[in-house]
Design a protein around this ligand. Structure first.
Ligand code: MBD
Ligand code: FE
Length: 256
């Protein structure tokens, strides 16, 4: 396994492969000196705007997620995205939401099992999502970080349930170099509405996934190429007593 190789050897082989890939593209496209300088200037501008991480995540994060999925059974991993905060509070059946945003009531519920289908008791689900106007607490509009985030533990049968409000499609920063490039490419800066879940249980691999909404805008056209077009993470449309019900079951693989 690559992880066991000396660090320097690994850096060398990955760096050489990346350089090779970029050289091949420059060659195949007959990129001119002027175009090359424009591209380098673009990367410098992106770094200055603090968007280098965003730019990389938009185009490349999904490939690393796919690599991870090759190694692991159970629920498929998806993008973590830039807005995870590790210290969310445990909540008692309800994620804190802000009245000023209103939003459609939503219940996130399901069961956490191992790959044999046995319930995992006391597994922790760490959930985070945007407000009903597409902002993340702790990052946008001074929304305190205890809102729209929370941890819950599974019951004796592996089940969990937590109330919240339904998120909407999310727009990544569109004014900076990343948004400019996406639009120049004929793409856009939108992600489909989604809920982030990170599941962990003793003796098992963590899974970081996203749940999407059946029929949601951008499910087939995510600017970050998340796993919203593979079916399994698109949750069927279901309502009970005026609340959107998100049935999200997770399967965790045993750690070696
Ligand atoms: C998000 O909310 C997100 O989930 C990802 C993957 C990228 C940018 C913003
Ligand atoms: Fe997100």
């Amino acid at each position: 396994m690559s992880q066991e190789k000396p660090w320097q050897e690994r850096v060398q082989e990955v760096a050489l492969a990346i350089i090779d890939g970029v050289r091949s593209a420059l060659d195949a496209q007959n990129v001119t000196m002027e175009e090359y300088r424009t591209g380098v200037g673009y990367l410098m501008k992106t770094a200055q705007a603090g968007e280098l991480g965003l730019l990389c995540d938009v185009f490349f994060n999904i490939t690393v997620v796919n690599n991870q999925n090759k190694l692991q059974e159970g629920t498929r991993s998806d993008l973590e995205g830039p807005y995870y905060l590790p210290d969310s509070p445990f909540v008692d059946g309800e994620i804190k939401t802000m009245e000023e945003f209103e939003g459609e009531p939503m219940v996130i519920q399901g069961q956490v099992t191992n790959t044999e289908g046995e319930p995992l008791v006391g597994a922790v689900l760490d959930i985070w999502q945007s407000t009903p106007n597409g902002k993340y607490s702790g990052y946008h509009d001074n929304i305190p970080q205890e809102y729209y985030r929370g941890k819950v533990r599974t019951n004796a049968d592996g089940s969990y349930s937590v109330k919240s409000t339904t998120p909407v499609p999310y727009e990544i920063p569109n004014q900076g170099p990343t948004g400019t490039l996406l639009k120049a490419m004929g793409s856009h800066t939108w992600r489909p509405a989604h809920i982030h879940l990170k599941a962990s249980a003793d003796g098992h691999h963590n899974v970081t996934m996203q749940a999407y909404f059946e029929g949601g805008d951008y499910n087939d056209n995510d600017c970050c190429s998340g796993k919203c077009n593979e079916g399994q993470n698109i949750i069927p449309r279901k309502y009970e007593d005026g609340a959107r019900i998100m049935d999200i079951d997770l399967v965790l693989a045993k750690a070696a």
